[in-house]
Design a protein around this ligand. Structure first.
Ligand SMILES: *[C@@H]1O[C@H](CO)[C@@H](O)[C@H](O)[C@H]1NC(C)=O
Ligand SMILES: *[C@@H]1O[C@H](CO)[C@@H](O)[C@H](O)[C@H]1NC(C)=O
Ligand SMILES: *[C@@H]1O[C@H](CO)[C@@H](O)[C@H](O)[C@H]1NC(C)=O
Ligand SMILES: *[C@@H]1O[C@H](CO)[C@@H](O)[C@H](O)[C@H]1NC(C)=O
Ligand SMILES: *[C@@H]1O[C@H](CO)[C@@H](O)[C@H](O)[C@H]1NC(C)=O
Ligand SMILES: *[C@@H]1O[C@H](CO)[C@@H](O)[C@H](O)[C@H]1NC(C)=O
Ligand SMILES: *[C@@H]1O[C@H](CO)[C@@H](O)[C@H](O)[C@H]1NC(C)=O
Ligand SMILES: *[C@@H]1O[C@H](CO)[C@@H](O)[C@H](O)[C@H]1NC(C)=O
Length: 428
C-alpha cells in the first residue's frame, strides 16, 4: 500500500524568477600566506607571492568569467555529493542537486501573521531591514520542485500524523510547515496546539491540529535522539550526567504511530554541550570516558537505526532523516556572526559534515527505506538567512538558527516533494 501516491495534482509553475550568477572561481583566490618575519629574503618572497597571486587572480578571474558565463542560471550550484534516496530508481531526478535562484513570489507567508512562528525567528518583526534573503527559491538541476500549493497539501495530509523529532532546528522546520499550511486555512482558529501550550525552547512536545483537515503536525524535542541519564555509581567527579548511546529516547514510543516521521540531530554533539558540562557517554553500564564525539554519534545513530527497523511499520510510516544544518559563524568561538545580505559565493567546506556523512552511511545499510534529506550543501550557501541579531535576544548573535520565513521553508518544500510529487517530479 502506498500512502502518498500521485493522486494530487500540484501546480508546477515554470521558473519565472530572475536568476543570479556569481563568479565562484574568481572569488576563491586566497590571500598568500607569508611569514611575519621581515627579513629581506621573506620580503622578496612576499613580493613574488603577491605578484604571483595577482597574476593567478587575473587568470582565475577571466578564466572563471568565461567559464561561468554559459551557465548563468547555475548560481550557488551544488552537485549531489550523495545519493539522496536509497532504494529509488536510479534515473530519478536528484532534488538536492541544484541551485538557488531569485523568485519574487517568495516568501510564502508572513511570520508575524502566523501564531506558530516563534518571535525569535521572525527576523523582519525583530528589525531586520534588508529583504533580499526572503526571495530565494531552490531549483533542482534536472527537474522542478512543484510550486507550493497549500490547498493540495492540506488535502493530501487529511487524516495523517506528521511528527518531527530533534532539536531546535527541527522545531523551526515544524513551525515553518505549520505556517506554510496555514496560508491555505480560512478559519485560523481551527488550527491550535492540542494542549494550548506556548512554544518554548525546552518544551518536550508540541502538537498542532488542523481541525478542518483532521491532521496534526507534531514536534518532539529530543536533541540527541538517545536517552540522557544520571551519573552511574563510582563515576569520576567530573561526570555530571551521561548520554546512553544504546538507548533511544524514552519518549520514542510516541513517535511510532505516525504517517510521516522526520528526524534530525547534530547541533548538540559538541564539547560545549557535552564534556564541558560534565556529560559523558555510556553504553550499557559502562562509562566511555574516552569515546570521541564522532564515534558516539555513530553509535547513537546505529541505535536509532535498530529502533526504526524494529518499530516502524513501513506500510504506514514514511521515514526521513534531515542532515546537518550548517552554521555561518565568522569565528570558531561562535561569538562573531556576520549575516550577509546575499548568499555566499563559496561554501568554504560547510557543504560537508561528518554528521551528515554518518547519516548516509547508516541509512544506506538499513533494512527499511529511509529518505535522507541532504540539506547540508544547499544550505551552506545561505550565510544571509540566519537570525543574526534579529532574534528575541539581540545581545546574543546567532549564526546557527534561521529566519522564518526562509531556508526551513525550502527544506519543507523538498520534504513535500518527496511525499507528494513522487514519480511526477522524478521523471520530468
Ligand atoms: C546512487 O545509487 C545508485 C543505486 O544504489 C547507484 O547505482 C549509483 O551509482 C549511485 N550514485 C552515486 C553517484 O553514488
Ligand atoms: C506582516 O504582517 C504584519 C501584521 O499584519 C504587518 O504589519 C507586516 O507589514 C507584514 N509584513 C509583510 C512583509 O508583509
Ligand atoms: C480523522 O483521522 C483519523 C486517523 O486517520 C481517522 O481515524 C478518523 O476517522 C478521521 N476523522 C474524520 C472525522 O474524518
Ligand atoms: C505490509 O503490506 C504487505 C503487502 O500489502 C503485507 O504483506 C504485510 O503483511 C504488511 N506488513 C505489515 C507489518 O502490516
Ligand atoms: C576570534 O576568536 C579569537 C579566539 O579564537 C579571538 O582572539 C579573536 O578576537 C576573535 N575575533 C573577533 C573579531 O572577535
Ligand atoms: C561581514 O561580511 C561583509 C561581506 O558580506 C564584509 O564586508 C564585512 O567586512 C564582514 N564583517 C565582519 C565583521 O567580518
Ligand atoms: C551493515 O549491516 C550489517 C548487518 O546488520 C552489518 O553486519 C554491517 O556491519 C553493517 N555495515 C555498516 C557499514 O554499518
Ligand atoms: C531496499 O529495501 C528493502 C526493504 O524495503 C531491502 O530488503 C533491500 O535490501 C533494499 N535494497 C537496496 C538496494 O538497498
Amino acid at each position: 500500500m502506498v500512502i502518498f501516491n500521485r493522486s494530487l495534482s500540484l501546480n508546477r509553475n515554470t521558473s519565472n524568477g530572475r536568476s543570479f550568477s556569481f563568479n565562484k572561481r574568481a572569488l576563491s583566490v586566497g590571500s598568500p600566506r607569508v611569514s611575519t618575519r621581515l627579513s629581506s629574503v621573506s620580503r622578496f618572497f612576499r613580493l613574488l607571492v603577491v605578484i604571483g597571486s595577482l597574476i593567478s587572480f587575473l587568470i582565475a578571474f577571466f578564466g572563471g568569467y568565461l567559464y561561468v558565463l554559459p551557465s548563468l542560471s547555475q548560481a550557488f550550484h551544488v552537485h549531489g555529493i550523495h545519493n539522496s534516496t536509497f532504494n529509488g530508481s536510479t534515473s530519478s531526478c536528484n532534488v538536492l542537486d541544484g541551485s538557488w535562484v531569485v523568485d519574487d513570489s517568495y516568501p510564502l507567508y508572513n511570520a508575524t501573521e502566523c501564531p506558530f512562528a516563534e518571535q525569535g525567528f521572525d527576523c523582519l518583526r525583530n528589525g531586520r531591514g534588508d529583504t533580499d534573503y526572503l526571495k530565494w527559491r531552490w531549483k533542482p538541476e534536472s527537474c522542478s520542485i512543484p510550486a507550493f500549493n497549500a490547498q493540495s497539501i492540506l488535502a493530501g495530509l487529511r487524516g495523517k500524523r506528521v511528527v518531527f523529532v530533534g532539536d531546535s532546528m527541527s522545531r523551526t522546520q515544524w513551525e515553518s510547515l505549520i505556517c506554510l499550511l496555514m496560508t491555505g486555512v480560512q478559519d485560523k482558529k481551527s488550527v491550535y496546539e492540542v494542549h494550548e501550550n506556548q512554544i518554548t525552547k525546552q518544551i518536550r512536545y508540541l502538537g498542532v491540529r488542523f481541525a478542518s483537515f483532521n491532521f496534526t503536525i507534531e514536534f518532539f524535542r529530543s536533541v540527541f535522539l538517545v536517552q540522557q541519564g544520571l551519573v552511574p555509581r563510582h563515576a569520576p567527579k567530573r561526570v555530571k550526567s551521561t548520554l546512553k548511546l544504546d538507548k533511544l529516547d524514552d519518549i520514542s514510543n510516541r513517535w511510532v504511530d505516525s504517517d510521516v516521521l522526520i528526524f534530525n540531530t547534530g547541533q548538540w554533539w559538541v564539547p560545549g554541550k557535552l564534556f564541558n558540562i560534565g556529560c559523558y557517554f555510556q553504553v550499557g553500564n559502562s562509562l566511555k570516558l574516552g569515546m570521541s564525539i564522532p564515534t558516539a554519534f555513530r553509535t547513537a545513530l546505529d541505535t536509532w537505526a535498530s529502533w526504526a527497523e524494529e518499530n516502524i511499520d513501513t506500510n504506514r510510516t514514511r521515514v526521513f532523516f534531515r542532515t546537518f544544518e550548517p552554521s555561518h559563524w565568522s569565528n570558531l568561538t561562535r561569538r562573531v556572526c556576520n549575516v550577509t545580505q546575499q548568499p555566499m559565493f563559496e561554501t568554504k567546506g560547510r557543504e560537508y559534515s561528518i554528521f551528515s556523512d554518518a547519516v548516509f552511511e547508516v541509512a544506506k545499510n538499513m533494512t527499511i527505506p529511509v529518505t535522507v534529506l541532504h540539506i547540508t550543501s544547499m544550505s551552506a550557501f545561505r550565510s544571509d538567512a540566519h537570525v543574526g541579531r534579529w532574534s528575541d535576544n539581540p545581545s546574543i548573535p546567532d549564526c546557527s538558527h534561521w529566519c522564518l520565513p526562509g531556508v526551513p521553508d525550502v527544506w519543507n518544500e523538498i520534504l513535500l516533494s518527496y511525499l507528494f510529487a513522487g514519480d511526477e517530479l522524478h521523471n520530468q
